[in-house]
Design a protein around this ligand. Structure first.
Ligand SMILES: [Zn+2]
Ligand SMILES: [Zn+2]
Length: 254
């Protein structure tokens, strides 16, 4: 991804960077992804183009993100008026392109536009009963955030979503170098972050959230006066987020 932040904004969210990058190239995803890893763009090798990035908890797929191409006539979903006009039909695909059938491939969405599908179905007679065309449900697919990897120089920390009980989850903070013994051994730390989702929500709504974080950074003396644990984690999340991991929540993502 790339987004040079031409307006010199203090913050943005990762989904906007993703959408801006796609329209800039321009490009779309060739398939509905089971996972998506977004990498924060940088000005230089070490500096991100935005000082703060909000990790969206969910990114909903749509026709701006995913490309559909009719297998027969190559019509695409770029025209918004016909964007929802695409269907899959396993029986037609098996008849039309037997050589293309490779199980377990997710490289491309197999679909036909409504015109081509009608043509394919027109003269089938009784056999039509075996055809079950389904509209391609691009917009039903949601990508949910499940981890953020944050990098400050060579110090990596991560926020990771973990399952608690069946429908419940919680966010954990993982730091492989939380402390040092005699300056030679790293002591790792895993801790709960009960406010993780609240931070993200507030960051998106409260216009003072990032200016306040800026103030916090100015006040802190590097060694003598440390940040509180929660302040430090908020800084790590919004200032150092480098890799944002998403998973498709649909059980059968195709
Ligand atoms: Zn077509
Ligand atoms: Zn069919």
């Amino acid at each position: 991804m790339f987004d040079a932040n031409p307006n010199n904004l203090l913050s943005t969210n990762i989904a906007s960077i993703f959408l801006n990058s796609l329209s800039e190239i321009p490009a779309k995803l060739a398939t509905i992804p089971p996972f998506l890893i977004l990498v924060a763009p940088r000005h230089t090798r070490s500096e991100r183009s935005y000082r703060y990035i909000i990790p969206d908890r969910q990114i909903a797929l749509d026709n701006r993100i995913v490309q559909l191409v009719c297998l027969k006539c190559q019509l695409t979903n770029h025209n918004p008026d016909r964007a929802n006009d695409f269907y899959s039909c396993d029986s037609c695909f098996a008849r039309e392109s037997p050589s293309l059938i490779t199980p377990d491939t997710d490289a491309k969405i197999v679909c036909y536009c409504s015109t081509c599908l009608s043509d394919l179905h027109r003269d089938l007679g009784k056999e039509l009963i075996n055809h079950n065309p389904r509209q391609i449900p691009v917009e039903k697919h949601k990508l949910n955030l499940f981890a953020v990897l944050c990098i400050e120089v060579a110090h990596y920390v991560a926020f990771v979503k973990c399952q608690k009980r069946q429908d419940q989850h919680e966010w954990l903070f993982f730091d492989s170098m939380s402390d040092r013994i005699h300056n030679e051994k790293n002591i790792p730390l895993v801790d709960r972050v009960p406010d993780f989702e609240k931070w993200i929500e507030t960051a998106g709504k409260d216009k003072y959230f990032f200016p306040d974080l800026d103030d916090l950074r100015k006040q802190a003396r590097p060694s003598s006066q440390k940040f509180s644990e929660n302040d430090m984690r908020r800084l790590r999340l919004f200032r150092d987020g480098a890799f944002f991991f998403y998973e498709n929540s649909s059980v059968n993502y195709q």
